[in-house]
Design a protein around this ligand. Structure first.
Ligand code: GDP
Ligand code: MG
Length: 166
């Protein structure tokens, strides 16, 4: 099995941390230069069973310029070409305008979108369900996976779930 997965989410939700956790020290390309290319390789995860190429999709954030407008269109195209999209959010923060904006963009594509609720180590387990309910009202997610990218909690489950879409 092999395929392409795009990671989207507003700044600081833990995209780079998740990649570090998945790829570990072997990571080759992980520059954090924002919005330089349409689809930048974040990292490649390889096991005997599967290979997943993770892509960073710039331009999904709210545009503040004409160029931004173009970036959003381009991001839409990029997200249509992958096997799955991971929409990362920070469960320790309120669902805000930044998240809502990205969800609106994700509604335009047919690609399965995972809701990845990151930073579960920062909240009590009983706080998860209300968050899931809030997000579920806004979009029909293919999968909902709570993780701690920092501690590595549930990251293997996430990878297994991705495998089902490749
Ligand atoms: P990005 O902007 O989406 O790439 O976010 P980063 O990966 O740079 O993470 C932003 C901050 O959140 C950093 O200080 C990380 O250490 C922290 N962070 C990321 N994932 C987690 C997590 O699962 N738990 C906690 N407590 N902090 C996290
Ligand atoms: Mg980053």
């Amino acid at each position: 099995k092999s395929g392409f997965v795009a990671i989207v989410g507003r700044p600081n939700v833990g995209k780079s941390t998740l990649m570090n956790q998945v790829i570990g020290q072997k990571i080759a390309i992980m520059s954090d230069k924002p919005q330089t290319t349409r689809n930048k390789i974040h990292g490649v995860y390889t096991t005997e069973e599967m290979q997943i190429v993770f892509l960073d999709t710039p331009g999904i954030h709210k545009p503040n310029s004409k160029l931004g407008d173009y970036m959003v269109k381009s991001a839409e195209g990029a997200l249509s070409e992958v096997d799955a999209v991971l929409f990362l959010t920070d469960v320790s923060e309120e669902l805000g305008g930044g998240d809502r904006y990205i969800i609106e963009q994700l509604k335009k594509i047919k690609t399965p979108v995972f809701l990845v609720l990151n930073k579960i180590d920062k909240v009590h387990p009983e706080q998860l369900l209300p968050v899931i309910e809030k997000y579920s009202k806004l979009h029909s997610f293919a999968e909902i996976v709570p993780v701690s990218a920092l501690l590595g909690n549930n990251v293997t489950t996430l990878l297994d779930q991705i495998g089902r879409y490749l």
